[in-house]
Design a protein around this ligand. Sequence first.
Ligand SMILES: O=c1ccn([C@@H]2O[C@H](COP(=O)(O)O)[C@@H](O)[C@H]2O)c(=O)[nH]1
Length: 277
Amino acid sequence: MPSPHPAPFADRLAAAVAEVGSPLCVGLDPDPERLPAPFVVGGAEGAAAFCEAVVGATAPHAAAFKPNLAFFEAYGPDGWDALAAVCAAVRRAGRLLVLDGKRGDIGNTGRRYADALYDGLGADATTVAPYMGADSVAPFLEHPGRCAFVLVATSNPGGADLQALDVGGEPLYRRVARLAVEAVPDEDASRRGGAAGFVVGATRPALLAGLRDEHPGVPFLVPGVGAQGGAAAEVLDANAGGPILVNSSRAILYASPGADFAEAAADAAADLAGRLR
Ligand SMILES: O=c1ccn([C@@H]2O[C@H](COP(=O)(O)O)[C@@H](O)[C@H]2O)c(=O)[nH]1
């Protein structure tokens, strides 16, 4: 488990990126339809073994790893054990652990979600769905040194359905971004909170640039490079040097369907890490 009093998330993110020399975040989405055959028969344990092999092979190139909870929960109760094993592997590798569960609920329920991810699994950061408003985001900001990446401008085609709606002269996603930043508890000696970050899709570089302009110090988690068509160079351009993690999952995990999957994942990670420098 990370220290109960970790340094501020921004400092830990900067240190991780500096150590690896790249803001690459490798997504861990073990899909039984795409896993190499020997890992499919093993069920949840097979999925964990696959992810652990990928973590081992790609850690030299990745500042962070992002298991997506859906791919583990789909295995049923054994999936949670698999997720715990993968989280432990990421922590052993000394990399940041981003747990992508897109949680968000009324305060007391949200607090249990946050405790499960930060305290139970040792997440350094989580993803949070803001639809229920500021009090649903707040529990994810009560853990010192951790970061809640709030869904601001997502990478999927339907992202704009709601996020682009005009609310009083500005698009909803910009309002959500301010809500996230304003939900961070005031820093004082007795109650130091976590950090708010934004999820911004690599498929939306223009929105990313505008958000970076307005929020120069906020950490961004940027999924969508690779399988979704986002381009590393456009992300770097739009980001203008701000704190960032750039995630790619399928393009690295499934770079080869064969027995050489770990080497192929390492090559794909090294290539993308290089293009993100
Ligand atoms: O806006 C979002 C938010 C989260 N994701 C998640 O990131 C990975 C992307 O996987 P790829 O295989 O690199 O496309 C996946 O876990 C998504 O659920 C996102 O894509 N977009």
